[in-house]
Design a protein around this ligand. Structure first.
Ligand SMILES: C[C@H](O)CC(=O)SCCNC(=O)CCNC(=O)[C@H](O)C(C)(C)COP(=O)(O)OP(=O)(O)OC[C@H]1O[C@@H](n2cnc3c(N)ncnc32)[C@H](O)[C@@H]1OP(=O)(O)O
Length: 723
């Protein structure tokens, strides 16, 4: 980690940041950068400066580890003065011109420092962006002020609010970048550019003072007003989106420098907010999933997976095939007859068309993807596949038969994966000779869209196979989380009480639409009843039975879904569930469902003295989610996941648990295990075993240890050692 300065005979000082892998602005980098700029200013042989990054990258922004330290300690004093001291005073207001030479990426503070420079020269395809909002903060080194001044308000707001980067080519068109040159010429051109500014052959631009892209005050107000309305719709639970717009507006009304000052104040408030804590945790947790002890740290190299066979062209199989072909992996899709095969291929085509319609895929990529799939009815094409993913119905005998057939049909290196979501993996591969090649590839529906891939290992799955599947997962743009085998694996197991706890509340007399609304306000995209409508009641009943068999001591058998089915309702599938579904309009609460609910309440007879219980909004959210935390504790205790943060990521990506809450365990730790334990204990005394706190939760609560803390004496650690 270092900042180096070299002064050439042309009088240009090249200052190079090096902090692999992304040249993050760590505290010492910022200090050293300030010092080097200071030295360059004072040296008589330096006429101009070029600022650049080593290893083909400018900078990935401020060191996010520092935010975590600030959040853990509450010490804002750990944050260095980047915005005023470095970017305004030492760079933008410098007496000698400074040019940013950008290769690879300039994100967050990386781009903000570059925008403080007097010109920006970039290599082709460099990523430029201000992704701070995805961390629950706003840009904090002048980005909220300089980006609108360089790009105009609409594009700058869009880039900040979506956190999406643009490429240098677009940056050049819009005015963020002054010139694009091949990487090998980047330094040469930047040096000359800096000298040209020094000699007044090119403009010396201080972007904080530019106004030509801002437009009139009334236009600016109108653009910001529209952005506010849109942010209210798209990010209702993320107040920092509104805060970002407030800060941008301050700069428009009061001027760039007052805008920078307000930015700094709001930045400091946001960095210690719970939302930022959650999002920063998710940033690191997501990256930690790719570190699996005894798999990724033992020197294995992933083998290439070029051709995959998918067995079953139903909803899951066609989704998985889609995910593979759009990432350039050749697929053979096998079905039992030509009618089903045609259906499967048609579904893949529709999936690909959908991606094009949503602008996730260019038409040319779509055409290429569709040329990479072949439908088959037998195993002859399986002789050279690198992996098989079986995605047929959940029937153990059928899966066992398929696995013994593919063991014979596939080459000896081939990975044998199943997409089962419930069946015990050891049973699926029980009769095989090569059980080390058997692994679970649990995709979430729709498989070509949902980002999570649970990789399920048995005691026998080899490390190489796990590594290969993790690599395929990344190639197809999933986040692979390696878990151990159990009913429901990590996500469905931890969340099985979610629907049941909502049903108990309903049967205790709480309005179902209130429950859904409160869970939406908490940040999930929909409440448990709307989710049940969406997944279909058949799935709910089948999955409920699996869990009732596996965990009879804590499963609640609700009469509601059966009664709904008997009354001709099947959720979104037939347009009638808890909500009414009509084409082209949002789901509406259906008052006709209420007599069915009343009947269920009579049958269940849970309400004390036959009267609805009285609960606050907060209690409702807790009564739905604390049982999930309780089961998640068992998942941790049994070592199903490598680390607690993996369950956080799995809950965010698999269940859409709000990322700003940091995932199920991170949120639980913020709430406090003691409160969760006491509440569950209290409800278990009133309403039964469903709420009984797990031993893990009880121990952690009693000892004041966070649920996420690794415990060296626990079963989790010993099973981790086995993994
Ligand atoms: C004051 C300012 O306004 C505030 C800021 O600047 S906040 C920071 C803004 N910048 C960002 O949000 C960018 C965050 N980083 C990224 O999006 C991606 O890492 C990237 C696009 C730069 C690179 O992606 P990719 O090549 O896939 O590598 P990725 O695995 O994500 O990161 C590589 C390593 O760099 C680390 N890293 C990336 N950016 C980092 C950062 N800004 N700070 C600290 N560590 C960072 C990652 O944690 C990871 O570490 P690991 O290997 O130990 O797990």
């Amino acid at each position: 980690m270092e900042v180096k300065m070299e002064v050439g005979s042309d009088g240009v000082a090249v200052i190079t940041i090096s902090n692999p892998p992304v040249n993050a602005f760590a505290i010492s980098i910022i200090a050293s950068l300030k010092e080097n700029v200071g030295v360059a200013m004072s040296r008589d042989d330096v006429k101009a400066i070029v600022l650049t990054g080593k290893h083909g990258k400018f900078s990935g922004g401020f060191d996010i580890n520092v935010f975590q330290k600030v959040q853990q300690t509450g010490k804002l004093s750990l944050l260095p003065d980047l915005s005023i001291d470095l970017v305004v005073n030492r760079i933008e207001d410098a007496k000698k011109p400074i040019v940013a030479a950008i290769e690879g990426l300039a994100l967050g503070a990386g781009l903000e420092v570059a925008m403080g420079c007097h010109a920006r020269i970039a290599a082709p395809k460099a990523q430029l962006g201000l992704p701070e909002l995805s961390l629950g903060i706003i840009p904090g080194a002048g980005g909220t002020q300089r980006l609108p001044r360089l790009l105009g308000l609409p594009k700058a707001i869009d880039m900040m609010l979506t956190s999406k980067p643009i490429l240098s080519e677009e940056g050049k068109k819009l005015g963020l970048i002054d010139a694009i040159v091949p990487p090998q010429e980047l330094l040469k051109v930047s040096r000359q550019w800096a000298l040209d500014i020094a000699d007044r052959r090119r403009p010396w631009v201080r972007s904080l003072h530019s106004i030509d892209k801002i437009g009139s005050l009334s236009e600016a107000h109108e653009i910001i007003k529209l952005a506010r309305q849109q942010a209210k719709r798209t990010a209702p639970n993320l107040p920092h989106h509104q805060a970002c717009l407030d800060v941008i507006e301050e700069g428009i009304v009061q001027g760039g420098y007052p805008g920078v000052l307000k930015e700094g104040k709001v930045f400091n408030e946001l960095v210690v907010s719970d939302n930022s804590k959650g999002l920063v945790h998710v940033f690191f947790a997501q990256r930690a999933t790719s570190k699996v002890p005894n798999v990724t740290d033992i020197g294995l190299k992933p083998r290439a997976v070029k051709k995959v066979a998918v067995i079953g062209g139903g909803l899951m199989g066609s989704g998985i095939a889609t995910a593979l072909i759009v990432s350039n992996i050749y697929v053979v899709l096998k079905e039992v007859n030509s009618e089903y095969l045609l259906k499967g291929i048609k579904m893949v085509e529709a999936n690909v068309r959908g991606l094009v319609a949503r602008k996730k895929l260019a038409q040319s990529q779509a055409d290429k993807a569709l040329s990479m799939i072949k439908g088959v009815l037998d195993y002859s094409e399986f002789k050279d596949v690198d992996m098989v993913i079986e995605a047929v119905i959940e029937n153990l005998q059928l899966k066992q038969k398929i696995f013994s057939e593919i063991e014979k049909a596939c080459p000896p290196h081939c990975i044998l994966a199943t997409n089962t979501s419930t069946i015990d993996l050891s049973l699926v591969g029980e009769k095989l000779r090569c059980q080390d090649r058997v692994v679970g590839a649990h995709f979430f529906s729709p498989a070509h869209v949902m980002p999570l891939l649970e990789i399920v290992r048995t005691e026998k799955t080899s490390a190489q196979v796990i590594l290969d599947l993790m690599t395929v997962g990344k190639i197809i743009k999933k986040v692979p989380v390696v878990v151990r085998n159990c009913t429901g694996f990590a996500v469905n197991r931890a969340f099985f009480p979610y629907k049941q706890s909502a049903h108990i509340l309903l049967l205790l007399g709480v309005d179902l639409f209130r429950i859904d609304r409160l869970i939406r306000n908490f940040g999930l995209p929909m409440g448990p009843f709307q989710l049940e409508d969406l997944s279909g009641y058949g799935v709910a009943v089948a999955v409920g039975k699996e869990f009732a068999t596996a965990f009879p001591d804590r499963s609640f058998n609700s009469p509601v879904t059966d009664l709904l089915i008997r009354n001709g309702r099947n959720g979104k599938n037939n347009g009638k569930g808890y909500y009414v579904y009509e084409k082209g309009s949002k789901p509406k609460p259906d008052p006709l469902v209420l007599p069915i609910i009343e009947e269920s309440r009579r049958l269940a007879n849970l309400m004390p003295q036959g009267k609805p219980i009285s609960v606050t909004d907060q209690e409702i959210v807790e009564m739905v989610l604390f049982p999930v935390v309780n089961e998640a504790c068992r998942v941790l205790e049994e070592g199903i996941v490598v680390r607690a943060a993996d369950l956080d990521i799995a809950s965010v990506l698999g269940m859409s648990f709000p990322s700003q809450r940091g995932g199920i365990i991170f949120w639980a730790d913020l709430v406090g295990s003691k409160h969760i334990y006491t509440s569950l204990k209290n409800w278990s005394e009133k309403y039964g075993n469903f709420y009984k706190p797990s031993r893990f939760l009880e121990e952690r609560a009693m000892n004041g240890v966070p649920l996420s803390a690794p415990d060296p004496t626990s079963k989790t650690t010993s099973s981790r050692a086995r993994l």
